[in-house]
Design a protein around this ligand. Structure first.
Ligand SMILES: [Zn+2]
Length: 95
């Protein structure tokens, strides 16, 4: 049922202007923590495969990168996460 086990909805029911915390987990050391929007980077590519978010694990310092679905993208951009658009999404005509 869970779409993205590593990332869930913002923790605190506070207005978006306040600092939003996201729950995240590190696949390396399995630590669980809450990170503010500033700790994330979001890269939106042309396809799902190139759309991902990343953060650095505060426990082990490992750089974590996970694919970001549409909901995750929405969630993160709403929270003010740095977004890098690698490619403008275009539905190109099939050849
Ligand atoms: Zn870790």
């Amino acid at each position: 049922m869970s779409v993205m086990p590593g990332l869930m909805a913002p923790v605190a029911p506070v207005p978006p202007v306040a600092q939003v915390l996201y729950k995240a987990a590190c696949p390396d050391c399995r630590a669980r923590f809450e990170l503010s929007a500033g700790a994330f980077r979001l890269a939106i590519g042309a396809s799902r495969r190139t759309t991902f978010y990343s953060f650095t694990c505060p426990e082990c310092g490992s750089a974590v990168r996970k694919p970001a679905g549409e909901r995750i993208v929405e969630l993160l951009t709403d929270g003010g996460v740095n977004t890098l658009r690698l490619h403008i999404t275009v539905r190109s005509a099939a050849c």
